[in-house]
Design a protein around this ligand. Structure first.
Ligand SMILES: *Cc1c(COP(=O)(O)O)cnc(C)c1O
Length: 411
């Protein structure tokens, strides 16, 4: 006979250790959401021998589940790499690369148009560990060449550059890094694994050593998930990153992984749609007198257009080249800051917000005086406004830009 308390004990145990297990062989479009901190081992011997560093088994949630393994393999394939690590944001991907590869006395080189927080990481964190940095001109190969020294252990590359979208000579940059024996890491968020192959830029295997990608942007596609990926082709380099990743305890939420797995099949379609929309709108912007300069690597007058053609033309069957859905304008210098702000505020479909790659078009004004050591010679002077196209109809977006220019007195 059960006493009430025994019955309770029995039912709670039953709830946890119930004998039913669902049949094997479930097969459906999505690979499933496997959540764990704890992972069971069938016996002590298995616990002792199971390997956490490759994908041969499961040891602890932080080291991977079937769900994270699937996304890692798909991102590695997308980027033309062999191994991939997931981290909690694009910025965390940049940080893990730096923390894995640099030590006291080393130097890292960062392009002048890098994603801003990457420079902040060097200034605010790496400097505290005795790791120095230099900023180089991404559009001047000689400048990069003269800054590489015996202390240089890492060169960051970015194509197109953040905010101003200059396209550097990636092939020459990676060739230079190889010749000088320096590891190169590309922030590949703009290219997303679609515009070019970061590990094979010239069709002969020349490329970056590491690709860091903010999955937050196009792979997520929703503006609602933060995640980053670090992809490599070299097993030893991957292992250095993997060890740093483990020691720093950087797990990802599996529901976020699921959201990205769900969005991944439509990535090429969304990227192509964003490309079409951004090019149409950038071309229209080039006809507007309010804008002194329009920056989009597919526009012949944009800085680095020929370099963009060199590595991105192959990605598109029609030879049109591929590009992300971003473009920037330099507002004519005669327009005051208040007018530029009024223009941004007057936009209705374009929302004011950071990040990009989601369904909603975005706008953000930037003051390059706060971001660059000196004003780049290839840029007109004026406030820079960056646009990111969403998935709205481009005609509606053009009408929105036109009405906002008029509302701000810029037409
Ligand atoms: C957004 C972005 C990042 C950072 O990604 P988060 O997930 O927002 O941390 C890094 N690099 C580039 C080029 C980006 O656009």
């Amino acid at each position: 006979m059960f006493t009430p308390s025994q019955r309770m004990t029995d039912s709670s145990t039953q709830l946890i250790h119930h004998p039913y297990t669902p049949p094997e062989g479930f097969d459906a479009p999505q690979p499933g959401v496997f959540k764990a901190s704890t992972v069971f081992f069938p016996n002590v011997a298995a616990m002792r021998t199971r390997e956490w560093k490759d994908k041969s088994g499961y040891t602890y949630g932080l080291h991977g589940t079937p769900t994270t393994f699937v996304l890692e393999e798909r991102i590695a394939a997308l980027e033309g790499g062999r191994q991939c690590l997931l981290v909690s944001s694009g910025l965390a991907a940049l940080a893990v690369v730096a923390l894995a590869l640099l030590q006291t006395g080393d130097e890292v080189l960062i392009p002048d148009n890098a994603y801003g927080p990457n420079l902040s990481l060097a200034q605010g964190q790496l400097a505290r560990y005795g790791i120095t940095h230099q900023i180089y001109d991404p559009m001047n190969l000689d400048d990069l060449a003269t800054r590489i020294s015996a202390r240089t252990r890492l060169v960051w590359l970015e194509a197109a550059g953040s905010v101003t979208l200059e396209f550097p000579d990636l092939i020459a940059q990676t060739r230079l890094c190889r010749a000088r024996g320096v590891t190169s890491a590309l922030d590949n968020t703009w290219g997303a694994g679609l515009a070019f192959n970061p590990f094979d830029l010239d069709g002969a295997g020349l490329g970056a050593d590491v690709s860091a990608h903010a999955l937050t942007k196009y792979p997520s596609g929703g503006g609602d998930v933060l995640m980053g990926a670090i992809t490599t082709r070299d097993a030893a380099l991957h292992m250095r990153m993997k060890l740093a990743h483990m020691r720093l305890g950087l797990g990802v939420g599996v529901n976020d992984v699921e959201a990205i797995l769900r969005a991944l099949p439509s990535l090429p379609l969304r990227y192509a749609a964003a490309d079409r929309g951004a090019r149409a709108l950038a071309r229209w912007c080039a006809t507007q007198p309010a804008f002194a300069q329009v920056l989009h690597p597919a526009l012949p007058a944009s800085p680095g257009h020929a370099h963009w053609q060199q590595v991105c033309a192959a990605a598109d069957a029609a030879g049109q080249g591929a590009a992300a859905g971003l473009w920037s304008v330099v507002m004519h210098q005669r327009h005051t800051q208040a007018q530029v702000d009024a223009f941004c505020d007057a936009l209705r479909l374009f929302k004011i917000g950071y990040s990009w790659g989601g369904p909603i078009s975005l706008v953000m004004p930037y003051d390059l005086n706060d971001m660059r050591g000196s004003w780049p010679a290839h840029l007109a002077r004026g406030t820079v406004v960056r646009f990111s196209v969403g998935l709205e109809d481009a005609r509606d977006l053009q009408a929105d830009l036109a009405q906002a220019l008029a509302a701000a007195g810029l037409r």
